[in-house]
Write a protein of this length. Structure first.
Length: 167
């Protein structure tokens, strides 16, 4: 295959959910105690899912954290920055930085919170709603690829179990 065809073919190929490893090294470690640790498994699953989602969001100039803030601003729940930080488990300074980026892009705006005028709520703009629709499609694609080895029933079970842990 000529170089230009090879580059085009590799660019069109979907990103892999499996990291490159030495041949057989992953199989050697499957029976280790660490491979059975819930903290390790959830961290590894999160890392894979986020890496793939970040790849798919890159052309929108977003990362998973930006998407999370935008998703909540588009949810109709009108979260305050403090509430958002608590829900997303982010430090207030991280929330401010993410909101600043999205506000600078015209995707969200800060408005006075009718429940507490000293606080600001996050509201999506029309441009933010459009960006969210595109980004949500990409995060669903990342989820589909990340969970490809699970049946629909197993995916639902996983969501339910994770929700029990985090909420």
């Amino acid at each position: 295959m000529p170089p230009s065809t090879t580059a085009a073919a590799s660019a069109a190929a979907p990103p892999s959910t499996k990291p490159a490893t030495s041949e057989g090294s992953e199989e050697r470690f499957l029976h280790s105690a660490l491979a059975r640790e819930v903290a390790f498994l959830t961290a590894r699953a999160r890392g894979r899912g986020n890496a793939l989602a970040n790849q798919l969001l890159a052309d929108l100039d977003l990362k998973v954290r930006h998407f999370s803030v935008l998703a909540m601003a588009c949810s109709g729940t009108n979260p305050s920055q403090r509430e958002l930080g608590g829900f997303l488990d982010l430090d207030p300074s991280q929330v401010v930085a993410l909101v600043d980026v999205l506000e600078g892009r015209g995707a969200i705006r800060r408005e006075p919170d009718p429940r507490d005028r000293r606080s600001k709520i996050l509201v999506a703009t029309e441009a933010g709603q459009e960006l969210y629709a595109q980004a949500a499609q990409r995060t669903r694609e990342a989820e589909e690829q990340t969970l490809e080895n699970l049946s629909p029933v197993e995916r639902d079970q996983l969501r339910e179990l994770l929700a029990k842990i985090v909420f």
